[in-house]
Design a protein around this ligand. Structure first.
Ligand SMILES: O=C(O)CCCC[C@@H]1SC[C@@H]2NC(=O)N[C@@H]21
Length: 866
C-alpha cells in the first residue's frame, strides 16, 4: 500500500522512484528519502532522472502499430530496469510458488535496451503496473523474461525530444491513434516512411564471415529444402563458423517440431487423417453398411432422411439453432435434412414415419401425450437423443442434484471400443438412476468423476424394431458461446475438452445410425489477382506480359497458373492448373474484404501482390511459379478461405475450415545478412508478428494470445490456435522463403479461436471489443513482420527478443534435463541462432540444441535424442 500510495501521489511531480538492492552502492540514498526497506531491497524517491538522449540505446519500438504518445499521458511512467545474469547473482532465489511470480513484460512495454552487464531496458507502464513491478521487485518475485536477475528499477522522465525519436521509429503512430477507438477503423492509413529505421542504436555488423560464405556460395546450386525433400544437414547449410545455421525443414528441427506437435494434440491441425482425393465416393462405398443408405431406401421420395429437433415451447428458436449448428458440424450434412419439430406438430403430423432421429433438447416438462408419442416413435424403430431433457422410459428415472446444476464437471465416457475418454462439460443438474425393480437393458455410457460416480449418459433399447435412445444430462450440444461460464477456469476446462466433446457426440450419433463421415470436398475455385494499389497492379500485368509462355501460362512443378482477364473464361480449376483472373473490378467475396486488407497493409514491399481464392488445395503451392522471377518490390502473398490439402509441420495435415486465416507469404533474405545467417529465426519472427497483429490493436493488448517456441500460437499456455510452416530455397546468395501461417480467427469449433478470446475478455472486463477478421489480421501480421525483419537485419536478435519474450509462454518455466528425475533447469531465453537456452543450477546458461535434444513442453522435459 505504501508503494502504491507514494507512486500515485508523486508520479506527476518532478521526482523519480528507485527500487534497488542495498548492494547497489552508487544508488544508496540519504535516509530521509527512503520510503521502505525490505530485506536487502530499498525503495526511495529522488530528484527527477531525465533521459534526453537515446543515442546509446537500441530502440525496440518494433511494431508499426505502437503508440508512443501514450507516454506523454501522465498516466504512464517510463523507467529503466537493470538486471544481471543469474550466474553473477549468487543470491538468486527461486520464488516458492509460480503464482507469486510477476513476469516483468506482462506489466510493461519494452521501448529500448542497452546490452552488457548490467543489461538495461527502458520500458513504460501504467502507474499501477509500475507499482506492481516495484512491489514484486521488493518481494523478490520479479522475473525478467530473459532469465536475468533484476537489480534496480528507476523511473525516468522522457523528454519530448526523446519521444520524437521514438516516434520516428513508428511513423504511422499519429494516424493510428486518431483511429484507435474503433477497431474496424483502427487500421493505419499512413504508410511507413521509406526508411522507417532508427538512426540510433548499435547496428550489428551485417555479412560477417562474408568471404567464406562467398566461396561457399560459388558452389551452391539451387537447392530446395522442404519438409518432404532430402533436407540438408547443418553441415551442408552451415557457413564458416555458423555451424548452427539450420533450417526449419531440416531433419533435426522436424524431430524437434514433432515433439512439439505431439504436445499439442488438441490443436486444430493434429491427428486428423489426410483427406483423400476420392473422399467424394466414400458414401457410396459404405453401401449397405450405412444406416443412412437404408433409410434412403425407405424414403421413396428420394429425399435425405429427416432429423428432427424438439426444443419445447415456440420461443426456443435460439436453442433450435444451437443444436442444429452443432449437428451440422458433426454429421454428413448433405445426407440429412434437419427440421424443428414444433409443439403443435408432435401429435398431428406423420413425422413418426418420416424421421430417423429425434433430438429432444429441452428442460421443460414433457406432457404425457407427447411422451406417449415419442415412445410410439421408438416402438417403430425410431432413435431418440435426449439433451438434458426430462424424457425417460423403461427402467430409469431422473434425480435432481441441485448442487451440480450448471457446474462444469469432469466425466468419464465409455466408448464403443471399450476405451474411456475424460472430459469436462456443463452439467444439467440431474442424474440418472436405474430403478431397483427394473430388469431393463439400461447401459450407462458415462458417469461423473465424483465420489458417487453419478450416471449422466445412458443407452436404452426399446421394443423389437430396433428403437433406441441415448439420453444425456450433460450439455454435449452447447459450445462456449451458449454456455454461461462463470470463471476463467471453467472457460479453460470447456475449451480444452471441446475436441473431445465432438468426439463423444459423433460417437453417439454414429451409434444411433447417422453417418459422420466428412462431407464432400468443396470444388476448387479460380484465383483472383488483387493488388494493394492500381499502380502496382499495372506494373505486375506488364511484367506478366513478358513472362507468360505462349499459352498464357506461368508454369511450375506444383501448379501452373493460367492468367485470364475475367471470370468469363470457363476453365476448370484443378490441383495442377488454376486460372487467375486479373481484372480487380469484378472481385467480391463474402469472406474477404480487399479494402480491409489494403487498409491494414502498411508495408514497403511485402504482401503487395495478392493471389486470393475461396477454395484451393494449399496456399503453399500457389507462388512457386512466380516467386523466383518477380521483381522484389512486388511482394507476393497467397490467401485462401479454405484449403482442401492444408499442410502442417512435420507432414501433418492442417485442417483449414472457414474462419481460419490461411496464407503464404514470399520473402527474400540475403544470405549475407543478420537474418540470412540465422534462418530459423524467421519462424520466431512470424509467430511474434501473428501475436502482435492482435495485441497491437488498442484495447486488444491483453488478449491472452502468446507464442510458443519455436513457432506456435497459443491461448495462454493451454491450447494451440495457430502455427507457422517455413520452406526455403537458396538461389546463389538469396534465400527465397515461403512462410505459411494459419490461425483460427473465427472458427470456435472444434477447438478455440481468437474471437473466443475476445468474447471471453469482453465478458470479464465489461468491454465491447469487436470480433476480428482474417483479412485484417493477415495484413497486420505481414506489416509487423516486415518491421521485425528490418529491425533484425539492423540489430540482430537483440532487437526483437525483448518483444518475443513479452509474449512467449516459457519465461521462468522449469524443465528436467534428460529424464523425469534429471537435473532441474530453468528456461531463460533463446540464443543467437534461435535455440532454447536453459539455466541449470550450478552450471550456468546453456543452449539446448535440437541435434542433441528434443523438448517436450507438456511433460516439462528436455530429453536426449535416441
Ligand atoms: O503445423 C503447423 O503448426 C503449421 C501450420 C501452417 C498452416 C498454414 S495455413 C496456410 C498455409 N498453407 C498451408 O497448407 N499451410 C500453411
Amino acid at each position: 500500500a505504501l508503494i502504491r500510495r507514494t507512486v500515485r501521489r508523486l508520479h506527476r511531480s518532478r521526482c523519480s522512484f528507485t527500487f534497488c538492492c542495498r548492494c547497489c552502492r552508487r544508488a544508496a540514498p540519504p535516509d530521509e528519502r527512503v520510503c521502505l526497506r525490505l530485506g536487502n531491497k530499498v525503495f526511495f524517491t529522488d530528484e527527477a532522472q531525465l533521459l534526453d538522449d537515446l543515442n546509446r540505446w537500441s530502440l525496440l519500438l518494433i511494431s508499426p502499430f505502437i503508440y508512443p504518445d501514450k507516454l506523454l499521458e501522465a498516466e504512464h511512467i517510463a523507467f529503466v530496469t537493470e538486471s544481471i545474469s543469474a550466474q553473477t547473482d549468487n543470491l538468486q532465489k527461486v520464488p516458492v510458488s509460480s503464482k507469486e511470480v510477476v513476469k516483468w513484460s506482462d506489466y510493461c512495454s519494452p521501448l529500448a535496451y542497452k546490452p552488457g552487464e548490467p543489461y538495461k531496458l527502458i520500458a513504460e507502464a501504467s502507474v499501477d503496473n509500475f507499482s506492481n513491478l516495484g512491489i514484486a521487485f521488493m518481494e523478490d518475485r520479479l522475473q525478467m523474461d530473459n532469465g536475468m536477475v533484476p537489480h534496480k528499477i528507476v523511473s525516468v522522465h522522457l523528454q519530448e525530444s526523446t519521444l520524437k525519436e521514438l516516434t520516428q521509429v513508428a511513423p504511422a503512430v499519429k494516424e493510428m491513434s486518431r483511429n484507435s477507438t474503433q477497431v474496424n477503423e483502427a487500421t493505419p492509413t499512413a504508410t511507413l516512411g521509406t526508411t522507417a529505421k532508427s538512426k540510433l542504436g548499435v547496428a550489428e555488423s551485417v555479412g560477417q564471415g562474408d568471404q567464406e560464405a562467398e566461396e561457399k556460395s560459388k558452389l551452391e546450386k539451387e537447392s530446395e529444402y522442404e519438409d518432404e525433400s532430402n533436407s540438408p544437414s547443418d553441415k551442408e547449410t552451415g557457413f564458416g563458423e555458423h555451424h548452427h545455421l539450420h533450417l526449419s525443414s531440416c531433419h533435426e528441427c522436424l524431430q524437434l517440431e514433432n515433439s512439439t506437435i505431439e504436445s499439442v494434440r488438441f490443436a486444430s491441425a493434429e491427428d486428423i487423417p489426410e483427406l483423400s482425393d476420392h473422399c467424394n465416393s466414400k458414401l457410396d462405398e459404405n453401401g449397405g453398411d450405412c444406416l443412412a443408405t437404408g433409410i434412403k431406401r425407405v424414403n421413396l421420395a428420394g429425399k435425405p432422411p429427416n432429423v428432427l429437433i424438439y426444443v419445447g415451447s415456440e420461443t426456443a428458436k435460439v436453442e433450435f439453432d444451437q443444436v442444429k449448428s452443432i449437428l451440422l458440424e458433426c454429421i454428413d450434412a448433405d445426407n440429412y435434412t434437419i427440421y424443428q419439430l414444433h409443439e403443435e406438430q408432435v401429435l398431428k403430423d406423420p413425422w413418426i414415419d418420416n424421421a430417423m432421429l429425434l433430438i429432444i433438447a429441452t428442460e421443460e416438462p414433457i406432457s404425457d401425450k407427447n411422451q406417449e408419442q415419442f415412445v410410439k416413435f421408438l416402438s417403430k424403430g425410431g432413435k431418440i437423443l435426449g439433451f438434458s431433457s426430462s424424457f425417460t422410459f423403461g427402467g430409469i428415472q431422473i434425480k435432481r442434484k441441485d448442487k451440480l446444476k450448471k457446474t462444469v464437471h469432469e466425466l468419464v465416457v465409455s466408448k464403443t471400443d471399450s476405451t474411456e475418454v475424460k472430459l469436462n462439460l456443463l452439467i444439467s443438474g440431474c442424474i440418472f438412476e436405474v430403478k431397483k425393480e427394473s430388469n431393463s437393458k439400461v447401459k450407462p455410457l458415462s458417469h461423473l468423476n465424483n465420489a458417487d460416480k453419478d450416471t449422466v449418459i445412458v443407452h436404452l433399447p426399446y421394443g423389437d424394431n430396433g428403437g433406441e435412445a441415448i439420453l444425456s444430462q450433460v450439455h454435449l450440444e452447447l459450445d462456449i458461446s451458449s454456455v454461461d461460464f462463470q470463471t476463467e477456469e471453467d472457460f479453460n476446462l470447456l475449451k480444452m475438452s471441446n475436441t473431445k466433446r465432438y468426439e463423444v457426440l459423433k460417437e453417439i450419433l454414429v451409434s444411433l445410425g447417422l453417418s459422420c463421415e466428412l462431407s464432400e470436398i468443396p470444388p476448387l475455385t479460380p484465383i483472383y489477382l488483387l493488388s494493394s494499389d492500381e499502380e502496382i497492379h499495372l506494373a505486375f500485368l506488364k511484367w506478366l506480359e513478358e513472362n507468360v509462355n505462349a499459352e498464357g501460362l506461368i508454369e511450375s512443378s506444383k501448379v501452373s497458373l493460367k492468367f485470364v482477364s475475367s471470370c468469363e473464361s470457363k476453365m476448370e480449376t484443378t490441383p495442377s492448373l488454376m486460372s487467375v483472373i486479373t481484372e480487380m473490378g469484378n472481385f467480391s467475396s463474402e469472406h474477404f474484404s480487399l479494402e480491409m486488407y489494403q487498409q491494414n497493409l502498411q508495408t514497403k514491399k511485402l504482401g503487395k501482390i495478392l493471389l486470393f481464392t475461396e477454395v484451393t488445395t494449399t496456399t503453399m503451392n500457389l507462388l512457386d511459379g512466380l516467386m523466383f522471377k518477380l521483381p522484389e518490390e512486388m511482394g507476393l502473398i497467397a490467401i485462401a478461405v479454405r484449403q482442401t490439402q492444408g499442410k502442417g509441420r512435420g507432414g501433418n495435415v492442417w485442417l483449414s475450415p472457414m474462419g481460419c486465416a490461411l496464407s503464404t507469404l514470399h520473402i527474400t533474405v540475403p544470405l549475407h545478412s543478420n537474418l540470412g545467417q540465422r534462418i530459423p529465426f524467421i519462424q520466431h519472427l512470424v509467430s511474434l508478428a501473428m501475436v502482435e497483429s492482435v495485441r497491437s490493436i488498442p484495447g486488444y493488448e491483453d488478449i491472452e494470445l502468446r507464442v510458443k517456441w519455436p513457432n506456435d500460437i497459443y491461448y495462454s499456455d493451454l491450447m494451440k490456435l495457430g502455427g507457422v510452416l517455413v520452406t526455403s530455397t537458396l538461389i546463389e546468395t538469396t534465400f527465397h522463403i515461403l512462410i505459411g501461417f494459419g490461425f483460427n480467427v473465427n472458427n470456435s469449433n472444434p477447438t478455440i479461436c481468437i474471437n473466443d478470446l475476445i468474447t471471453k475478455f469482453n465478458k470479464e472486463e465489461g468491454t465491447n471489443l469487436k470480433p476480428l477478421t482474417a483479412d485484417c489480421l493477415i495484413a497486420r501480421t505481414v506489416t509487423v513482420l516486415e518491421r521485425l525483419i528490418d529491425i533484425f537485419q539492423e540489430k540482430g536478435p537483440n532487437g526483437v527478443l525483448p518483444r518475443y519474450y513479452k509474449y512467449w509462454i516459457h519465461s521462468g518455466k522449469q524443465v528436467h534435463l534428460y529424464n523425469e528425475e534429471g537435473p532441474i533447469a530453468w528456461i531463460v531465453g533463446i540464443d543467437d541462432y534461435g535455440f532454447l537456452q536453459v539455466h541449470e543450477e550450478g552450471k550456468g546458461v546453456e543452449s539446448v540444441h535440437p541435434d542433441g535434444n528434443s523438448f517436450d513442453m507438456l511433460r516439462n522435459l528436455i530429453i536426449p535424442k535416441h
